[in-house]
Design a protein around this ligand. Sequence first.
Ligand code: AMP
Ligand code: GLY
Length: 425
Amino acid sequence: MRILVVGGGGREHALCWAISASPLCTKLYCAPGNAGIAQVAECMDVGTEDIAGQVALAQRLKIDFVVIGPDAPLVAGMADGFAAAGLKVFGPSKAAAQLEGSKSFTKELCQRHNIPTAAYERFTDLDKAIAYINAQGAPIVVKADGLAAGKGVIVAETVDQAIEAVRDMLAGNRFGAAGASVVIEEFMEGEEASLFALCDGEHVLPLVAAQDHKRAFDGDKGPNTGGMGAYSPVPILDQAMFDRAMREIILPTVRGMKAEGVPFKGVLYAGLMIDGNGPRLVEYNCRFGDPECQVLMMRLKSDIVPALIACADGGLNHLDLRWSDQAALTVILATKGYPDAYKNGSEIRGLAEAGKVEGVEIFHAGTKADGPRILANGGRVLNVTAMAPTVEEARARAYRAVDLIDWPEGFCRRDIAWRAVGRKP
Ligand code: AMP
Ligand code: GLY
């Protein structure tokens, strides 16, 4: 099969790495890709969000199967664009991608199907939103209804912060149309985890879970980011908790979407909050997590291609995936300044040496080749990923590789997997 992966981050590098190992794949393309992806796929210069351009590219390259990595094109309807052109595609339709693209769509679905999540109200009127915040008190969570590049969630510790957030969104046009409607919800306490399941619209094939680190600095301090590291397995999602999350959250969602005429086909990523009462849904995403995908691909022993195809064709119930019982962990190297302003173009050295550390794979998230030189080209730049029999050893291997990378303009967290290291299983 000739396969095209849409995207150009660390998630897409990990997907390309896994797909390129499949005997089913005869030729792999990635658009736009990056300098690391170019080692396993032929990169094509078409933007991630250019639906017409990606469809034309796939037709020109005679692609048999397309895998869409990021959320923005899915929410904008890229899967529908490929389907309309008669191409087989991994990724949900625009209608099903509302699970990520509209917070109120998901909250209403949860309500109709009794899926445990935070209590909430949706507002478009500023005065009513402020009255609700005053009545509820803090802490409280304010969310732009639409996609806001991961920045639309404000966990407010005080009533004033919450009011400022709704003012920014409803009166100040902070997130444009995405913030013209807001969801205000109960603050949930607990430990977060990411659960992934492949779906073919009807059947579900659970993958393994991972845990992300959203804050920029050690000790979960600093601003929110796209994710500064991840690891798998996750102690808090033991088999019993995992089964409960499948039964109480994922299965009713997939059944509900089918019953309501918007079957979900692709990977469903549930952000969970877990406390003594069990798992609750924080949010859904309609694609693999980045950087969670990197640790999932490291642990996956089976060929991923048949599983991705089954999401499009149906028949996931006849498939089984095998996973390594080792731990995988990834450390993000980001450009200093990220998630705020930063400069592209600094040179990264030592990648070849770092890649030789036992059990290590280095996925590129934002790089560009300049002849033989590798330059930083993004906020999140590298995902130094390691596997080992224990999370402690995986962490030691990953940081050994990190320390061999010579890139003064970059930074990373030094405490990835702190919740799991030293914890009894
Ligand atoms: P999201 O963009 O929905 O993933 O939200 C970003 C982060 O905000 C989540 O990973 C949580 O840490 C936090 N968050 C979102 N909703 C809630 C909530 N209801 N209670 C507590 N924390 C939340
Ligand atoms: N790692 C968080 C995300 O992919 O949304």
